[in-house]
Design a protein around this ligand. Structure first.
Ligand SMILES: Cc1cc2nc3c(=O)[nH]c(=O)nc-3n(C[C@H](O)[C@H](O)[C@H](O)COP(=O)(O)O)c2cc1C
Length: 136
């Protein structure tokens, strides 16, 4: 099992409808690809973790990186894992702009995602995603 985490910036403001249609499209396709993961949106930034068969994830990532709904895609982390973290999610989702009950995550994202400091300590990106999953 392989995973990949990236961050990117939305090219346009993503309203609820745009986010939901992106999510629906992703969930349908991920189900057929046996890909799972988590997508976080905050202040015009995305962070996503994808998990599944290595080549499948890399091929999907190639498709995602050229999607014109976002730009500035930076790979944060890749690696092998024994088991999925998001077994039950073809694509979990959290809109941090709406989520007011997760102040520690909000702080974390503010400091790391926006300033792109994940680059310096990219393991944080993995920890962050896994922690998200534990909340659900
Ligand atoms: C931030 C972001 C995350 C995305 N995540 C996924 C995803 O997890 N799975 C997926 O199939 N498509 C995802 N997409 C959409 C893909 O870029 C692409 O539009 C889609 O896979 C194409 O589907 P199609 O082959 O049915 O045309 C994402 C797009 C963006 C902008």
């Amino acid at each position: 099992m392989f995973y990949l985490i990236y961050i990117s910036s939305a090219t346009k403001h993503m309203d609820d409808e745009a986010l939901m249609s992106l999510l629906e499209q992703s969930r349908d396709k991920n189900l057929t690809l046996n890909v799972t993961g988590m997508l976080v949106y905050k202040d015009g930034s995305f962070m996503q973790m994808l998990e599944g068969d290595k080549q499948t994830v890399l091929d999907l990532y190639n498709t995602i990186t050229v999607d014109n709904r976002h730009k500035g895609v930076i790979t944060m982390m890749t690696g092998d894992i024994k088991e999925r973290n998001f077994e039950n999610w073809s694509m979990g989702f959290c809109n941090m702009d709406k989520e007011k009950d997760l102040p520690e995550f909000d702080d974390y994202l503010e400091k790391n995602l926006n300033l792109r400091l994940f680059h310096e300590d990219s393991k944080n990106a993995y920890r962050f995603m896994v922690k998200f999953n534990e909340l659900n």
